[in-house]
Design a protein around this ligand. Structure first.
Ligand code: NAD
Length: 281
């Protein structure tokens, strides 16, 4: 079984991006800039943002974090986003989710200029991705896609089963694999026989949020299994895939942690650079 090393893949990607930023700096005399807005003091969000800032600095991006307390008014956040939209030194804007209840997530997402939407959540980017046009692609599915391609560069005709239909993961993952000519089945909480669906798959991407949902006897030999889940349990952080069981069957599998997670952040940096490049003449 191939253990897909997301940490190593992310380090390699960051190295490539670092070279790219050096080239962009030489060409344009400026570097791409990423601005993250962090609202409130949720510990996981603070950790994510700190890691994003550290990685952005590592590859040579200009990075900035704007922090607001939980009580910040929605209009203050929207005004700041509009200001960042017109700031030429800012290539990408990310508002760390989740947001406090009084702030409308959709309004926030739609206020970010689509060309600076490094998360790929703006409806314009969602539409472009599903139409097969150039767009920012949500970072986690983009990371999964790059890991799958490392194991199997030619995905033509492969059968992919996506477990979970979230806007964040399942749906964009479907679009990316469709573009690669996979036959894609998207499954969810109302799917009648999830095991039978998974047993058909050459590729399984599990993004559910249920610890170790995907079992060893759900996976046929030669299947590539990507585990997006991050679940806190008594035995520590586990994914949506039963690692011990599935590793006996699968052709390749991502561990949790150390699989998809590190690629998510590296893909955020990649998206920031892509946003910068699209705006240079
Ligand atoms: P979500 O809650 O938005 O969506 C979960 C999806 O799973 C839903 O579409 C639901 O229909 C489906 N589902 C629920 N129960 C099911 C069942 N029994 N069988 C089949 N499908 C079922 O979740 P999300 O935001 O996509 O996140 C999923 C997981 O991925 C979480 O554990 C989250 O922490 C993790 N995550 C990881 C990263 C990363 O960087 N590795 C990034 C984002 C999310």
């Amino acid at each position: 079984m191939i253990l897909i090393d997301g940490k190593k893949a992310a380090a390699e990607l960051r190295q490539e991006l670092k070279h790219e930023v050096t080239g962009l700096k030489a060409k344009y005399n400026k570097v791409p800039g990423l601005t993250v807005i962090l609202i409130g003091d949720l510990t996981p969000s603070q950790i994510y943002v700190r890691n994003k800032e550290k990685s952005a600095n590592e590859v040579g991006l200009k990075s900035e974090v704007i922090k607001y307390p939980d009580s910040v008014e929605e209009k203050t956040v929207l005004e700041k986003i509009k200001e960042l939209n017109t700031d030429e030194t800012v290539s990408g804007i990310l508002v760390q989710l989740p947001l406090p209840k009084h702030i409308n997530k959709q309004k926030v997402i739609e206020t970010i200029l689509p060309s600076k939407d490094v998360d790929g959540f703006h409806p314009m980017n969602v539409g472009n991705l599903s139409s097969g046009y150039e767009s920012s692609v949500p970072c986690t599915p983009l990371g999964c896609y790059l890991l799958i391609k490392k194991v199997e560069p030619n995905l033509n005709g492969k059968k992919a089963v996506i477990v979970g239909r979230s806007n964040l993961n399942g749906k964009p993952m479907t679009q990316l694999l469709l573009k690669e000519n996979c036959t894609v089945t998207i499954t969810h909480s109302k799917t009648k026989d999830l095991k039978a669906e998974c047993l058909e798959a050459d590729i399984i991407v599990a993004a559910v949020g249920i610890p170790e949902l995907v079992k060893g006897d759900w996976v046929k030999k030669d299947t590539i299994v990507i585990d997006v889940g991050i679940n806190k349990t008594d035995k520590g952080i586990v994914g949506d895939v039963d690692f011990d069981e599935v590793s006996k069957n699968a052709k390749a599998l991502t561990p949790v942690p150390g699989g998809v997670g590190p690629m998510t952040i590296a893909c955020l940096l990649k998206n920031t650079i892509e946003c910068f490049k699209r705006t240079q003449i």
